[in-house]
Design a protein around this ligand. Structure first.
Ligand code: SF4
Ligand code: SF4
Length: 299
């Protein structure tokens, strides 16, 4: 293969951006461009699953890059102190809610029954207080019921100190000591998705997980209505943090032309999202990347 052809092939594939703070803005712009371009042309449940599968890859591959520069982390299956949550956390975006409810639909009636019982208990205010926080709706036998499709906020949670997480769970300290790089990475991703949804006139607020899952499961038309611009989650929006809305608006103005450029550079991703429905969605469960890159994002 000629040197030129190899160069051209490398350019045609989208490798994940390095997740250094200086690149986080670019990371947001990419998320924005992909969300906006895909949902403008494919607007249904399958498109949401593909979109979120793509963001799983983008997050996973950049997280790998971050982890390589850190000492081994104590986070592991069964370590669930970070899954005792408040009413507002983890917050989720509407696209995350619909992906989780789609996943639940495929899990069979027993699991769905458990979730519905917990939703009823939560609505009745009968959730048992095991500590200063409550177990998340999906926490079951120390594991997450919806782990493959867990919210971005949960994917962002990595701590260098499991004992400090335990102390937080016991109420001896206010917060768990989260590593900032993964948190910023997923924050950038979430902001980009919000901007894309906002451009399309779709409700893009951060939502309370339990309440939003309740709405999506109890109102069969919620997805169809949300896709046409209805604010179906108005009652379960999370409080807006600080001046987030102002920053999002400011960022949107400044970066609009950059988003269009990023969109052009990401044509290979957009093509797979438009022309091969289902392939990015399956990344979440299979780990297979439609672009032919491995999990670490190497070509
Ligand atoms: S963030 Fe803390 S509680 Fe959560 S898995 Fe990691 S060490 Fe365990
Ligand atoms: S959704 Fe899953 S990972 Fe996230 S807090 Fe709940 S149980 Fe934990």
């Amino acid at each position: 293969m000629s040197k030129q052809l190899r160069k051209r092939q490398r350019r045609s594939r989208a490798s994940p951006p390095d997740a250094q703070p200086s690149n986080l803005r670019r990371f947001t712009i990419r998320s924005w461009a992909i969300t906006e371009q895909l949902l403008r042309r494919r607007r249904d449940r399958a498109a949401i699953l593909d979109l979120m599968g793509f963001f799983d890859w983008l997050g996973d591959s950049n997280l790998e890059i971050i982890k390589r520069s850190l000492p081994p982390l104590p986070c592991k299956t069964g370590c669930d102190y970070c899954c005792y949550v408040s009413a507002e956390h983890p917050d989720v975006l509407p696209v995350e809610v619909f992906r989780i409810t789609s996943y639940l639909t495929g899990m069979g009636s027993a699991v769905q029954g458990v979730v519905r019982d917990r939703l009823r208990a939560a609505a009745a205010g009968a959730v048992e207080e095991a500590s200063s926080r409550s177990p998340c709706l999906f926490l079951t036998q120390n594991e997450c019921l919806v782990y493959p499709v867990r919210p971005l906020r949960c994917r962002a949670q990595h701590s260098p100190d499991a004992e400090a997480c335990r102390q937080s769970y016991l109420g001896h300290r206010d917060t768990i000591p989260l590593l900032s790089q993964p948190a910023l990475l997923y924050e950038s991703l979430q902001t980009g998705i919000r901007l894309g949804l906002k451009d399309l006139g779709l409700q893009n607020s951060r939502l309370k997980l339990t309440g939003a899952i309740g709405v999506a499961l109890q109102e069969p038309e919620s997805l169809t209505r949300w896709l046409t611009g209805a604010s179906v989650f108005l009652e379960v929006e999370s409080p807006v943090a600080g001046d987030e809305e102002r920053l999002v608006t400011q960022f949107a103005r400044q970066a609009k032309h950059q988003a269009r450029n990023e969109g052009r550079q990401l044509q290979s991703v957009i093509s797979t999202l438009l022309e091969r429905p289902g392939e990015w969605a399956s990344y979440t469960t299979s780990g297979i990347v439609p672009l032919g890159t491995d999990r670490s994002g190497k070509e």
